[in-house]
Design a protein around this ligand. Structure first.
Ligand code: BDR
Ligand code: CA
Length: 307
């Protein structure tokens, strides 16, 4: 979002696991002149971390932003032996579309990169957007407690507060993939706004809207259209674009304050976001509603900027 005082673009870091809906979020973040994308960190989530990292590199190349540094991060959740991946986005995570490989990722581990950038940027200037399992962010907070509080805003896609989950009846994918990390991040006391299924379930892409991306006649438009056409669902949801759209146009969303924590224990409730009516537990903003038409327009407009 443009700051009213100096109109400088908002400095952002994007932590992601591309993933088709991550891909749209990443293309928006790379395209928007309102955002200054300082770097992309990757985590195991939709696919293993080497795949999500290669995908981020390829997507930035597609966006003409091979200059943005990409860092590979954690390969498995904090308290589990292996990543909980899925095949919703295809074996390669991007719907089987052939992308040109981008520049190689940097050597520095994503957790080191995130921590260094949070330390180096003045307090209250960085917006940290996280659209995969929260393992990298939790590692930052565990290693240096208080570091996440240096961010101006922490915008997270994850959880399901007042609706069923999408990977188990209790849990949303990103929170289930690393419930311990989700709890660590919620408890960090950062300026957090959460975009869970409560709001992203309102963000359905229509077939017409997907077709309109194909009509852009740009490389990015055609790639976005092809990825979405390969998605395994009817009317798929724009989960990960929501926090990026919020950074650009917060007026599209309604939010309310919530106290809630994440169930860490293995079992049927693992990853459940548990609201606490008595006002205990971590407090944050929960996005509750989105202007769907406005969101679709905004995502389209940002992707349309790309060649
Ligand atoms: C989340 O899970 C992933 O499959 C998507 O990329 C999104 O981040 C939605 O539950
Ligand atoms: Ca994701």
């Amino acid at each position: 979002m443009l700051s009213p005082t100096n109109m400088d673009p908002t400095k952002i870091l994007l932590d992601c696991d591309p993933g088709i809906d991550d891909a749209l979020a990443l293309l928006m973040a790379a395209a928007s002149p309102q955002l200054d994308l300082l770097g992309v960190s990757c985590v195991a989530g939709n696919r293993p971390v080497h795949t999500t990292t290669a995908n981020a590199c390829a997507l930035l190349e597609l966006a003409g932003r091979g200059d943005v540094p990409v860092h590979a991060g954690c390969a498995r959740p904090l308290a589990l032996p292996e990543a909980r991946t899925n095949l919703v986005h295809g074996e390669d995570g991007l719907g089987g579309i052939a992308f040109a490989a981008g520049p190689a990722p940097r050597q520095e581990h994503a957790v080191d990169f995130l921590a260094r950038t949070l330390r180096d940027e003045p307090i209250g200037t960085l917006t940290l957007i996280a659209i995969g399992p929260l393992t990298n962010l939790a590692m930052v907070e565990i290693r240096e407690p208080g570091l996440l509080r240096r961010a101006k805003a922490l915008l997270v896609m994850g959880g399901a507060a007042f609706c069923p989950g999408n990977v188990t009846p209790a849990a949303e994918f990103n929170f289930h993939a690393d419930a311990t990390a989700a709890s660590v991040v919620l408890n960090a006391g950062a300026a957090l706004t959460l975009f869970g299924l409560d709001v992203t379930s309102q963000a359905a892409m229509s077939a017409d809207w997907i077709a309109s991306l194909g009509r852009l006649r740009t490389r990015a438009g055609r790639a976005a259209h092809a990825m979405l056409a390969a998605y395994a669902f009817e009317d798929p949801l724009l989960h990960d674009a929501c926090p990026v759209a919020f950074a650009l146009a917060p007026q599209l969303f309604d939010c309310r304050q919530l106290h809630a924590d994440v169930e860490r224990a293995p079992g049927p409730d693992e990853g459940r976001l548990r609201p606490d009516a008595d006002g205990h537990g971590p407090r944050f903003e929960l996005a509750t509603a989105v202007d769907r038409e406005g969101l679709l327009e905004r995502v389209h407009a940002e992707i349309a900027r790309l060649a």
